[in-house]
Design a protein around this ligand. Structure first.
Ligand code: DGL
Length: 270
C-alpha cells in the first residue's frame, strides 16, 4: 500500500505532512538525500543520477508510485526519467503540475488550449537549477496566456534550512524578496517553487505583504495524489510500513525533522 516521497533533504517533509493529513491510512516511505543536498546548485546530469538512485531505493522499499517532492528534481530530471527510465508498472510524478493547475484555475486532465487567467504578475521563488530549467514557465505556457513571470533564484536558503540556521534562512528570504520586488514591484501572486520554502512561508508572506497570494505546494500535491489514487488504486505499492530513509546522519536529520513537523520522526540510514 505504500507510496514513496522523495526530496534532496528535509523540504519534502512539507509534502509528506500534507499527504499524511489528507490520506492518514496510507503508509509513506520518505527518502531524504541529505548527504547530497542542496540539489539546486548541481548540474542536470548530477540531479538525474541522484534522483534515479533514490527512486530505485523507494521502489525496493515497496513503492510503485514515487512523488518527487522536489521541484529541482521535477524540473531537471523528471521528464528524462519518464521518457526512458521508469520501469514497467512503476510511476514517478512531480510537484509542478498541481501548482500550475491551481494558478491557472484548471482541474486535472483539462487539456484545453491556453487561456487568460485572473493572475497576471507572478513571482517565482525557486532554486538556481529550477529557475535555470524554465520548466515552470514551460508548464504555465501550456495552460495560460498573458502571465508575466519573474523568477528569483534563492541561493543559500536550502543550505540554511538543512543546517537548521533559521535566522540565516529568514535573512536570505527577505533579501531575495527585496531583489524580486526590484524587478516586479507588485506581483499578484507568489509561488514557493521549492518544497523547503513552506518552512519559511510566514517570512515570505510578511516580506511580500498581505496583498500577495502565496501558493504553496504541499496541500495541492496532497489533493492531487488523493485524486490520482482514487482513479488508480493499483498504484499503491506492496510496502506496508511507513519509513524515513536518509543518506545523511540519521540522528541529526531526525532531530531537524522533529523540529519542523512538531512530532517525533525517526530516520534510518538509506
Ligand atoms: N526541496 C527542493 C526543491 O523543491 C530543494 C532542492 C535543493 O536541494 O536545492 O527544489
Amino acid at each position: 500500500m505504500a507510496v514513496g516521497i522523495f526530496d534532496s533533504g528535509l523540504g519534502g517533509l512539507t509534502v509528506l505532512d500534507a499527504v499524511s493529513r489528507r490520506l492518514p491510512e496510507l503508509p509513506l516511505v520518505y527518502f531524504g538525500d541529505n548527504a547530497h543536498a542542496p540539489y539546486g546548485v548541481r548540474t542536470a546530469d548530477d540531479i538525474y543520477d541522484l534522483t534515479t538512485r533514490a527512486t530505485e531505493r523507494l521502489f525496493d522499499a515497496g513503492c510503485d508510485l514515487v512523488i518527487l517532492a522536489c521541484n529541482t528534481a521535477s524540473a531537471a530530471a523528471l521528464r528524462r526519467m519518464q521518457e526512458g527510465w521508469v520501469p514497467e508498472g512503476k510511476r514517478v510524478l512531480g510537484v509542478f503540475v498541481p501548482l500550475i493547475e491551481a494558478l491557472t484555475e484548471r482541474h486535472w486532465g483539462d487539456n484545453s488550449p491556453p487561456r487568460e487567467v485572473g493572475t497576471k504578475h507572478v513571482a517565482l521563488f525557486a532554486t538556481p537549477a529550477t529557475v535555470r530549467s524554465r520548466a515552470f514557465q514551460r508548464e504555465l505556457a501550456f495552460r495560460a496566456i498573458g502571465v508575466d513571470v519573474e523568477a528569483q533564484a534563492c541561493g543559500g536558503v536550502v543550505d540554511a534550512i538543512e543546517e537548521g540556521d533559521m535566522i540565516l534562512a529568514e535573512a536570505l528570504v527577505r533579501s531575495h524578496v527585496d531583489a524580486l520586488k526590484r524587478k516586479m514591484p507588485e506581483p499578484d501572486a507568489a509561488i514557493l517553487g521549492c518544497t523547503h520554502y513552506p518552512l519559511m512561508a510566514e517570512t515570505f508572506q510578511d516580506a511580500l505583504g498581505a496583498g500577495v497570494k502565496v501558493f504553496s505546494q504541499a496541500d495541492l500535491v496532497a489533493e492531487s495524489l488523493a485524486d490520482y489514487l482514487s482513479r488508480r488504486p493499483e498504484m499503491r505499492g506492496p510496502g506496508s510500513e511507513s519509513l524515513f530513509l536518509t543518506t545523511g546522519k540519521p540522528k541529526q536529520v531526525s532531530d531537524r525533522a522533529t523540529q519542523f513537523l512538531h512530532r517525533r520522526i525517526e530516520f534510518v540510514a538509506a
